[in-house]
Design a protein around this ligand. Structure first.
Ligand code: ADP
Length: 471
């Protein structure tokens, strides 16, 4: 069986805490209780001893001594009265003392000086322990002997022993109770963790449908939520990857089928005229160009998504860049009878971008604008907005994009009209690349369109930007 480490660790900590706290606490409590009991007894017998000593000092006759002896015989405490020499002249029940009370010389001296003493004695025959307070009998500075009041402490020792046993028993009880409680708490703590461990192992093996129960609204709960989020993210990633692979193979299959088919026709000389042959060769050429575009775009996009493209960021004049792109693409527009008009303010601030990549962005957008516009014009405009941004607008009077399709046009392989896009030679990757490039350079892109009227793309770039070289 696997050892539950949390139970062991928590249990160990509790045991250690118990030992560290309970042992000194028990010791201190024992001292306090014992001290309290002894003090009480000492006070009581001390008071009696001094009262008896006073009584005898004022009436030093045999009758008084006898009376006191008799009184104490009926009480719990015992009395011994000695003369100056220490000989016992009255004893109310401590027979084992004999005729002389033997005490240490120092204590005898103290008594002679008028001071009280405390002694401890033991009846060797019964092992009974006594404490006694001795009080000197003094009258007019004359020492006449001492009064000793004895109290047995065996009873008290027994009671103390019982209290100690009770203390130990309740400590052991509390200890086992705490241990049981620790076991339950740690089981409760470790159970969801074990569940999460199993879930993550299953996730790592590809079972992404697995979810863990969120046990509570604390750190363990947020860990469980994070595990679930991870599974959802991986599931989404797996679905996107599957969809992407399906799209790629579909996109590759179409030109490949064309290439294969027309190459076969040419190889087996299944054409009738030279013109037909040229037509097939033309198709083969176009499809191979298309294929290489597709492969290039895919490669670019995957590099961007992995953050592997290097950008040469520098302060750039957007007007120069746009004029350059328009010069390159103008022949294509005029080939379709379209005019490109531009409005570029004179004192535009610089933007911090990768010039070549930004050209690629504008080229793609203008290329689309020309491709999806049959008549009218294309309008390029840069606006210096109050919010320290440059907004580049590329607007056409083309076919437009239906409103419900607008949110998806930046997705890979998304085409508004599949057949039309193919017919225009698009790969469905252009806008995905544009969006990635703009965002990598700290900008944003948005689109507005109305079907049949035209489409307007806006690229927003921060003025100045970050002066750091990004690669
Ligand atoms: P493609 O290479 O197929 O043009 P894009 O990613 O560049 O792929 O564009 C995605 C889709 O968005 C295109 O299929 C097209 O239908 C639509 N589109 C893009 N630009 C325009 C535009 N200026 N006017 C109308 N439709 C456009």
């Amino acid at each position: 069986m696997r050892v539950n480490r949390i139970v062991v660790k928590l249990g160990g900590t509790i045991i250690l805490l118990f030992l560290v706290i309970l042992l000194p606490l028990g010791f201190v409590m024992n001292q306090i209780i014992t001290g309290f009991y002894y003090n009480q007894v000492q006070k009581e017998i001390g008071k009696l001893a001094s009262r008896y000593a006073d009584a005898i000092a004022s009436n030093r006759d045999a009758m008084t001594v006898g009376m006191i002896e008799m009184m104490s015989a009926y009480s719990d405490v015992k009395l011994v009265i000695t003369d100056v020499e220490g000989r016992v002249i009255a004893n109310s029940g401590i027979a084992w003392i004999g005729e002389e009370l033997r005490i240490a010389e120092a204590e005898r001296k103290l008594l002679e000086q008028g001071r009280s003493v405390q002694i401890e004695m033991e009846d060797t025959s019964s092992d009974e322990r006594f404490i006694a307070i001795g009080q000197p009998v003094i009258n007019q500075n004359q020492y006449y002997g001492s009064v000793f009041v004895f109290s047995s402490v065996s009873g008290m020792d027994e009671s103390l022993q019982k209290v100690r046993q009770l203390l130990i028993l309740s400590s052991i009880g509390a200890f086992f109770l705490a241990l049981g409680f620790t076991f339950i708490v740690s089981k409760k703590l470790s159970e969801p963790l074990i569940q999460m461990e199993n879930a993550t192992r299953r996730i790592s093996k590809g079972d992404l449908d697995v979810r863990v129960r969120i046990p509570s609204d604390d750190e363990v709960g947020s860990l469980a939520k994070a595990v679930n989020d991870l599974a959802v993210d991986l599931q989404r990633y797996r679905d996107t990857r599957r969809e992407f692979l399906a799209n790629v193979s579909h996109e590759l299959r179409t030109p490949m089928t064309h290439l294969e088919g027309y190459a076969k026709v040419l190889k087996e000389e299944l054409y009738e005229t030279e013109e037909e042959k040229r037509k097939y060769l033309d198709i083969i050429y176009q499809e191979s160009v298309r294929l290489s575009h597709l492969i290039y775009d895919l490669f670019e996009l995957s590099k961007m998504e992995e953050g592997k493209i290097s950008l040469q960021m520098e302060s750039t004049d957007l007007s120069d860049l746009i004029i350059n792109v328009i010069r390159k693409i103008e022949p294509k527009a005029s080939g379709k009878g379209l005019k490109i008009r531009m409005e570029l303010p004179d004192d535009l601030p610089l933007v911090y971008v990768d010039g070549l990549r930004m050209e690629q962005v504008f080229f793609n957008l203008l290329d689309n604008a020309i491709r999806y516009t049959e008549q009218g014009s294309i309008w390029v405009q840069v606006i210096h907005s109050a919010a320290c941004e440059l907004i580049t607008v590329i607007e056409d009077t083309g076919v437009g994009i239906p409103a419900h399709e607008l949110p998806y046009i930046f997705e890979r392989f998304y085409r508004v009209e599949k057949s039309r896009s193919r017919e225009y030679g698009g790969t469905g990757l252009g806008l995905a690349i544009v969006k990635q490039l703009v965002e990598l350079q700290g900008g944003a892109i948005q689109v507005f369109s109305e079907i049949g009227k035209g489409t307007r793309f806006e690229i927003i770039l921060p003025v100045g930007g970050d002066a750091r070289e990004t690669d």
